[in-house]
Design a protein around this ligand. Structure first.
Ligand SMILES: [Ca+2]
Ligand SMILES: [Ca+2]
Ligand SMILES: [Ca+2]
Ligand SMILES: [Ca+2]
Length: 453
């Protein structure tokens, strides 16, 4: 094997999924049961995941009211005046009045007040409807990271998350779902090229720097899981939704079957992916040593317009390399289903942003569970956090191809939500600028540092 002949170059890199999370995938029978369920199990817990955010639910300062037909128009308009309100318009044919309410009263209070008047047939806020981009993937309801309704995390009976502790994927997809022209290179243990939720997304068999061939098939599970988070085939009724709905995956195997790889393999992988036209490189691994070979490969990628994303590490330690290269990489910390940072997520001034990394459901290789099981499983770690950011980077680059790498990195940083503003206002070493937000990152305006709130 080529691995044996290699001279040891720098520190070996380790995958950044926690060993505990590996247990999640392999040992926890309860979890395995829900991801290998009968179809009935899955559909029976199809609760209210269509529920949308409560931002701008209805127009402020106005309500819609319909009076009983016994009231004449003159009486109705006089009554509106009694409530210190003003008629904006009467909606013809429906006999509904759109009225402006006094400034010192809320919409809810006005609805409550008018509701008590027997001359009122109905009164309600002027609600806002939006196009929705909820994918039909069968396991989407378990993807709290993309859309958190406060559902139970994983199996029924497991802890519930906090509504809106998510990266707001459906809202972001209203801005763009990306195109097949944008490619995310997954530098990892490889990708299951035949996985039903990935096979249409991989651009080629990729490249394997561990065994020096052109078949980057995953002989672990980690790379398949990471690839699914970033860009699983979405809205295909199968499995999960990927962050980068339509973007493609370039598999690059730089970690062996034990999840380890030499810096030389990583550097070759970065160069090869760049030359193959990758737009984003995800690196869910890290080593503790700085090394010129890594820095130079990353510099090459950045010069070619590639956005590099890397996981910070899971030891409550310092930020690992390559994530610690401020100039070249977005370093990603983890959050959980309550928007809290798990205490194992590595802190440091190099952390740029955070993304969900606890109990994340994604693809596992089709051979992993064996026959009769669905090829999906839960895992956690900054490994799972990073590909959320890589997927977002791909969508931004797809939507605004004129942006430079530094600008894309800044959009991701400055649109992140400072979810720990109570204890650590502004930038901090735990979650950087905050948990990423696809809703604000994918608006069609150009953000610069000066427009930061
Ligand atoms: Ca191979
Ligand atoms: Ca899918
Ligand atoms: Ca950084
Ligand atoms: Ca903060």
């Amino acid at each position: 094997m080529r691995k044996k002949k290699l001279i040891f170059v720098g520190t070996i890199l380790f995958i950044l999924s926690m060993s505990m999370s590996f247990t999640d995938v392999t040992k926890d029978k309860r979890i395995r049961r829900i991801i290998n369920p009968s179809r009935q199990d899955i559909s029976s817990s199809k609760h209210s995941y269509h529920h949308r955010s409560n931002r701008h639910l209805y127009a402020s300062g106005e309500v819609l009211v319909k009076f009983r037909p016994t009231l004449s128009d003159n009486e109705a308009e006089a009554l509106i005046g009694v409530y210190q309100s003003r008629k904006i318009k009467k909606i013809l044919g429906l006999n509904v009045y759109q009225i402006q309410i006094p400034e010192n009263i809320t919409v809810a209070e006005m609805v409550e007040t008018l509701h008590r008047n027997p001359d009122v047939e109905f009164v309600e806020p002027n609600y806002i409807a939006r196009i929705t981009a909820t994918p039909n993937d069968s396991l989407f309801q378990y993807q709290y990271a993309l859309h958190n309704t406060g559902q139970s995390i994983g199996v029924p009976g497991s802890p519930s998350g906090t509504e809106r502790a998510d990266i707001k994927a459906p809202e972001g997809w209203e801005g763009t779902k990306g195109t097949g022209d944008t490619v995310i290179a997954i530098l990892d243990t490889g990708v299951d090229l035949l996985h039903p939720d990935l096979q249409s997304k991989v651009v080629s068999g990729g490249r394997d720097f561990v065994n020096d061939d052109f078949d980057a098939t995953d002989d672990h599970w980690h790379g398949t899981h990471v690839a699914g988070i970033a860009a699983a085939e979405t809205n295909n009724t199968e499995g999960i939704a990927g962050v980068a709905w339509n973007c493609k995956i370039l598999p690059v195997k730089v970690l062996d079957e034990d999840g380890q790889g030499y810096y030389s393999w990583i550097a070759e992988g970065i160069r090869w992916a760049t030359d193959e036209g990758a737009d984003v490189i995800n690196m869910s691994f890290g080593g503790s040593s700085e090394a010129s070979i890594l820095a130079q490969a990353l510099s090459y990628a950045k010069s070619a317009g590639v956005v590099c994303v890397a996981s910070a590490g899971n030891d409550d330690d310092f930020v690992y390399y390559p994530a610690a290269y401020d100039e070249y990489c977005l370093a990603v910390a983890a959050t959980d289903y309550d928007d809290l940072r798990p205490d194992w997520s590595n802190p440091g001034p190099e952390v740029d942003v955070a993304a969900p990394g606890t109990r994340i459901i994604s693809c596992v290789p089709t051979w992993y569970w064996g026959p009769g099981s669905l090829p999906y499983g839960y895992a956690g770690g900054t490994s799972q956090a990073a590909p959320h950011v890589a997927g977002l980077a791909a969508l931004i680059k797809d939507l605004k191809p004129w942006l430079r790498v530094d600008e894309i990195m800044d959009v991701i940083r400055y649109t992140a939500e400072d979810i720990n503003s109570g204890s650590a206002p502004g930038f901090d070493n735990y979650i950087g600028y905050g948990r990423i937000n696809m809703d604000t990152a994918l608006v069609p305006i150009k953000l610069t540092a000066s427009t930061r709130k």
